[in-house]
Write a protein that binds this ligand. Structure first.
Ligand code: C2O
Ligand code: CU
Ligand code: CU
Length: 439
């Protein structure tokens, strides 16, 4: 759905239904009968009027992950009860960068189940990056990555499966099993990726074919950057250029096995992984296939030299620490940040509008915890004491077991109460979330 005359208007009905996904008859949760939900496409400055109709049996709501909106607009504490409807109306700031974003439910305690059930959809905001002539010539495709479990969906995993974070054995790229993407004849393809899985971390590789990163979660980087593999944690997005002229044939976009700390968890528990329902062993899987048709390819178009420059944020006014931990296999209970489990009525962190802060995020646990901040974008400054080499705008950063990552953020434009949390949604539901008040 695209905006017309500066207005994007639509309704989304959330509903449980049966669908054939990747060849398997499954129970899913869908927006307007689609998994994933419809693409929302708008320009910076446009108005969005979106009516959420809740036909589920439980409360839900919407979060616009990746849009710079006020906490009052993008209010994750709003409840849309079963049978009710609510209209979200807001303007996308006119200076909003071009981004790939997504929408998903954010109803606390039930986020993982709803998203794993299929409730998620892509958002494209057009702007600065889309004006670059080389990118205007590129074909464009978007893959929203989800996993699901055909037999159990959307039933509850075991309590261990929930601690680990639910994963499914079937992988979907925009609702399809291994879709074929045809390489355009000018040899330039723009690929947007969204990790909309509840817990799965993808380690992606485009086999035998060059690809270049052009934007991260919150907008463009300074210049196309060649990639080997791309790690994408739940909530993260990447915008890529696939460029070149290869021999005719198929090139696979694969998800490599990635261990987000299972070996440590299993040894601390003394349990066989197979016994934990909702826990899936990582295996190599083809997500999509890039296809060159024979004989028709011209010289590939050149890559743009420059994209949009990323200005480093100034030195911080304030520095704070966030310690992530949980009780998997240990004596502790629940999932905690700075020793506390989420409480809707407690403000955990208070910051001042327009100040710049460094947040040192310490993962004391053995498993990965992707950290996500709402409302404002940030820059990753350091990982385990090493300066980050790529300067980019992010809203979610992967943090491996025992890693420490420093992010820098300026609290811009909006006051109010917002949240930060682990984007393994079972961890969020079990308390790994805090409230931030900007005043
Ligand atoms: Cu995509 Cu608060 O999350
Ligand atoms: Cu978000
Ligand atoms: Cu986590």
């Amino acid at each position: 759905v695209s905006s017309q005359d500066g207005l994007l208007e639509l309704s989304l009905t959330a509903q449980a239904e049966r669908q054939t996904l990747a060849g398997q008859r499954s129970r899913v949760l869908a927006y307007n009968g689609q998994v994933p939900g419809p693409l929302l496409e708008a320009r910076a400055g446009d108005t969005v009027r979106l009516t959420l109709i809740n036909q589920l049996e439980t409360p839900t709501n919407l979060h616009y992950h990746g849009l710079h909106l006020s906490p009052e607009t993008d209010n994750v504490f709003r409840e849309v009860a079963p049978g009710e409807r609510y209209t979200y109306e807001f303007q996308i700031p006119s200076n909003h960068p071009a981004v790939t974003a997504w929408y998903h439910p954010h109803y606390h305690l039930d986020v993982a189940r709803q998203v794993f059930g299929g409730l998620a959809g892509p958002i494209i905001i057009r702007g600065d990056l889309d004006e670059i002539p080389e990118l205007q010539q590129a074909d464009e495709t978007l893959l929203l990555l989800q996993d699901f479990e055909p037999t159990r969906q959307p039933a509850e995993p075991s309590s261990l499966g929930k601690k680990w974070g639910r994963e499914g054995s079937s992988l979907l790229a925009s609702g399809q099993h291994n879709p074929v993407i045809t390489m355009p004849q000018n040899g330039l393809l723009r690929l947007r990726l969204i990790n909309a899985s509840a817990s799965r971390i993808y380690q992606l590789q485009l086999q035998n074919h060059p690809w270049f990163l052009i934007a991260t979660d919150r907008g463009a980087i300074s210049a196309p950057t060649p990639l080997e593999t791309l790690r994408l944690s739940p909530g993260e997005r990447a915008d890529l250029l696939i460029a070149g002229q290869q021999a005719p044939g198929d090139y696979r976009l694969i998800s490599l096995p990635y261990d987000r700390g299972m070996s440590d968890m299993v040894s601390s528990l003394g349990t066989a992984v197979e016994q934990m329902s909702g826990v899936v062993q990582p295996v190599e899987t083809t997500l999509a296939t890039l296809r060159y048709q024979s004989g028709t390819y011209a010289e590939p178009l050149p890559l743009p030299q420059k994209l949009i420059s990323v200005e480093p944020l100034p030195a911080p006014d304030h520095t704070r620490e966030f310690v992530l931990n949980h009780g998997i296999g240990g004596g502790m209970n629940g999932f905690i940040i700075n020793g506390k489990s989420f409480d809707m009525n407690r403000v955990d962190t208070k910051v001042k509008l327009n100040q710049v802060e460094d947040w040192q995020i310490v993962n004391q646990a053995s498993i990965d915890h992707p950290f996500h901040l709402h409302t404002n974008r940030f820059q990753v400054i350091e990982r385990n004491g090493q300066p980050e080499t790529l300067l980019s705008w992010k809203d979610t950063v992967s943090i491996k077991g025992y890693e420490t990552v420093t992010i820098r953020v300026r609290f811009e434009d909006f006051v109010g109460r917002t949240v930060y949390h682990c984007h393994i949604l079972d961890h969020e539901d079990q308390g790994m979330m805090g409230i931030l008040e900007i005043s």
